[in-house]
Design a protein around this ligand. Structure first.
Ligand SMILES: C[S@@+](CC[C@H](N)C(=O)[O-])C[C@H]1O[C@@H](n2cnc3c(N)ncnc32)[C@H](O)[C@@H]1O
Length: 311
């Protein structure tokens, strides 16, 4: 064998070895994340997902059909439009709105809301993944009154009562403690403020989720929008397959094909079947922050005297 051939074979072996090691790390992360490990592994997974080249893709949710707008991300953007409709229906639109989206991903949903907002708005998008925040700044940094920060949903870097509206789309299952997040959302909202929230849940966990929202101090009723999500997944399956084919490196695609199709709830995947059989449902609400219960004040001196006389 010539020297050139030996060098080429050696390089090829080295490249394959590096790719296999990388793929094995990703598989380990996915498996750990699926075992419901909290925090760090899921964060690393998100960082890697956003580290891929997603081109001009700006959203990452299952979507809502029918959509009222056109375009490749019509169903994903409709999810945000549906939340906005609920805000309007509950009479919570203000002349000026301080708006926070927790877990904004690549920011397309927040940009969609801000562009269509009927009054003046100051918007902040927050995400834990640095790669996502970087993509947000590059894609939407030119929109007036919008900014992006990198931080955690479970310790929001904002003072109490800073926002009129908090938005959260399809992210709370990743936090490890969604009840703690509901309390954080309540803390940063002004009294009467609105929490626009949607996510998937196992059917048996719906009562617990409703209770956690109420315990955090929200007046909330969930709408089950699973049928709309199933329709969006079905109608968007071709695009999702195409994204996996064109955006995910080939080795990951081969090793993780089923996990990727499942993650994207493509028609025929396990996740899609779970929506159809209602083992998993999709919930949406515009929850209103009710005033926190006031601590009972000790009776004044003259009231104490009356109590003593009556005793
Ligand atoms: C399915 S994506 C949804 C993104 C966006 N809401 C959308 O619909 O396009 C979930 C997002 O949650 C973010 N996330 C996960 N854990 C987080 C945490 N602890 N704090 C803040 N963001 C988190 C991920 O980085 C990811 O961007």
């Amino acid at each position: 064998m010539s020297d050139v051939l030996i060098v080429m074979v050696a390089i090829a072996v080295a490249v394959i070895a590096v790719a296999v090691v990388q793929a094995a790390r990703i598989v380990r992360l996915v498996l750990k994340a699926r075992r419901k490990t909290r925090g760090i592994e899921r964060d690393q997974l998100w960082e890697r997902i956003y580290g891929l080249d997603w081109g001009d893709v700006t959203t990452n949710n299952y979507g809502f059909a029918p959509a009222e707008v056109d375009g490749p991300e019509q169903y994903q953007l409709q999810m945000y439009s549906e939340l906005f409709k609920r805000l309007r229906a509950r009479g919570r639109l203000r002349v000026h709105t301080d708006l926070l989206e927790v877990s904004c991903g690549r920011g397309g949903g927040l940009a969609h809301l801000v562009r269509g907002w009927p009054g003046s708005v100051r918007a902040v998008g927050l995400d834990h993944a640095e790669n996502a925040v970087r993509a947000c700044r590059a894609a939407h940094g030119d929109i007036a009154n919008i900014s992006f920060v990198c931080d955690s949903a479970l310790s929001l870097p904002f003072a109490d009562r800073s926002f009129d509206v908090v938005v959260n789309v399809e992210a709370s299952n990743d936090y490890g403690d969604y009840a703690a997040f509901f309390r954080e959302a309540h803390r940063v909202l002004r009294p009467g403020g609105a929490f626009l929230y949607c996510d998937t849940r196992r059917a048996r966990d719906v009562p617990g989720t409703t209770q956690a929202l109420r315990d955090a101090g929200f007046d909330a009723t969930f709408n089950d929008i699973t049928d709309h999500v199933i329709a969006a997944c079905r109608q968007d399956s071709v695009r999702r397959r195409q994204l996996i084919r064109t955006r995910v490196p080939w080795l990951y695609r081969i090793l993780l094909r089923r996990a990727l199709e499942n993650y994207a709830a493509i028609e025929g995947s396990r996740k899609f079947a779970k929506f159809r059989s209602r083992h998993r449902v999709y919930l949406m609400t515009c929850a209103i922050k009710t005033p926190a219960p006031q601590p009972a004040l000790p009776p004044r001196a003259d009231q104490r005297r009356v109590v003593e006389l009556l005793a």
